[in-house]
Structure formats: C-alpha cells, structure tokens
Design a protein around this ligand. Structure first.
Ligand code: PGA
Length: 250
C-alpha cells in the first residue's frame, strides 16, 4: 500500500531559536501513532539541529533544494553529500518558487533528480500548472511535460525513492485551493500518465501529495480523495497547531 505523507515546507522562515521551538511543539503534539509519515523542511542553516532535535520522534527532515554537482566551485550551494552527512535523506526538488525565482528548468531538475538518486535520497518532486495554463485548458499537458522532462528518464527501480507533489501555482500561498475534485482529477491523470510510461504497479505505489493553501479547514476533504496521499504544506506548517490539525486530517 502506498504511503500517506504530510510534509511541511518552511521556505525562508524561522531562525534557529524559532526552529527549535516549533519542532519541540510538534514533537509533543504529533502522536507517533499518526497514520502519515511526517516530514519537515526547515531552511539549510537549521537542518542539522532539526535532525538532532527530532531524533527520537519519527518525524524526518528534508532539504528544500540542493545542487546537482557533487562538489566544487559553486559558491553558495549545498550538495547531496553535505545533506546526507548531517542525516538528511530527503530533498524537495522543483518547487514552483525555485522554478519561478531561481530559473530552475525541467532540464536542470532532471540533473538534480539524477544526483539525488545516485545518493539514494528520497525526492519530493514538485510540479504544477500556472493559472493561465488552467484557464486555457492546458493544465494536463503542462503537468505531463513537467513530469516527462524532469523525471521520466529514471529507472523503474528508482520510483521507490520518489514522492510526487502536485502544486498548482495559482494555489500556492494565495489562499485559493484546488477543489478536492480538481485535485483528484489531476492526481488520477498523473497516475495514469505514470502507468502508461512505466507500469501500473509503479503508478499504484507512488505517493502523490497535493500542495497549495492546504489548511486545517480544507485538509480533510482534499485528503479524502482516492488519489491524494497527503499534502505538501507551506504557510500552515509554520504553526504547530495548524500543522498538527492537518496531519490529523489524514
Ligand atoms: P502554501 O504553500 O501551503 O503556503 O500554499 C505550499 C507550498 O508552496 O508547498
């Protein structure tokens, strides 16, 4: 059976003290019995202490990005090996903010995917259409292209290290969510696309998260959809009570 996952993408929020406080609150509030795997992605400077604070809790830590090269003259960048050396085994790749503000293309993401897989990291691969794509009814083909260009070169065996996060850009940080029906429709399309390109078993096993203004008051109806296996949460993951409520909505 495929895994249920709720991941918090903290983006560029929380200094070290604030990170420790939020993690301690999460540790107390989130029950180990939760049906979902829980992941948090603080910023780079706080990843190491996050792994330390969370050690006995079962909550795991992800990075929000990484560089595709092994090492070298890439000022300001972070490698897969650096992440793994501090106990970070999961990385978010392809977030729409990386695509929009930092020029990350499908081609670059394909390289990052390869590097992460070579290091046996788990990838949370993000993709999703912009508002104009949906308005012009191109959302399915945009999503299909993003998947094909960034991810579909991998081997069948690598899919066990991949989690997908469908995040329509128009729903991120805007307070506007895809309706549960829109999310289900796209998630079913994604699964069918994977089944066609790879096989049904891989399509059935991969977890597909929804992201974009998931809040305590809408999480349950979104998570209830058959092909939605959890969420990638931005704003609401910065507050222990809200994030806990979302995890408990699984
Ligand atoms: P949001 O962000 O929940 O604040 O809309 C989601 C994301 O960017 O992953």
């Amino acid at each position: 059976m495929r895994k249920k996952i709720v991941a918090g993408n903290w983006k560029m929020n929380k200094n070290l003290a604030e990170t420790k406080t939020l993690l301690s609150e999460l540790k107390t509030k989130l029950k180990a019995s939760s049906e979902a795997e829980i992941i948090v992605a603080p910023t780079f400077t706080n990843l190491y202490s996050a792994t330390e604070v969370l050690k006995p809790s079962g909550i795991t830590v992800a990075a929000q990005n990484m560089h595709e090269a092994e090492n070298g003259a890439y000022t300001g960048e972070i490698s897969a090996d650096m992440l793994k050396s501090i106990g970070v085994e999961t990385v978010i790749l392809g977030h729409s903010e990386r695509r929009a503000y930092f020029g990350e293309t499908d081609q670059l993401l394909a390289k990052k995917v390869n590097t992460a897989l070579q290091h046996e990291m788990t990838i949370i691969f993000c993709f999703g259409e912009e508002l104009q794509d949906r308005k012009s009814d191109n959302h399915f083909s945009v999503v299909e292209q993003q998947l094909k260009n960034g991810l579909f070169h991998i081997n069948k065996a690598d899919w066990k290290n991949v989690v997908l996060a469908y995040e329509p850009v128009w729903a991120i940080g805007t307070g506007e969510t895809a309706s549960p029906e829109q999310a289900q429709e796209m998630h079913a399309f994604i699964r069918k696309t994977i089944a066609n390109a790879f096989d049904q078993e891989i399509a059935d096993e991969v977890s597909i998260l929804y992201g974009g203004s998931v809040k305590p008051n809408n999480a349950q109806e979104i998570f209830a959809k058959m092909d939605v296996d959890g969420g990638l949460i931005g704003g609401a993951s910065l507050d222990a009570e809200n994030f806990t409520a979302i995890v408990n909505a699984i």
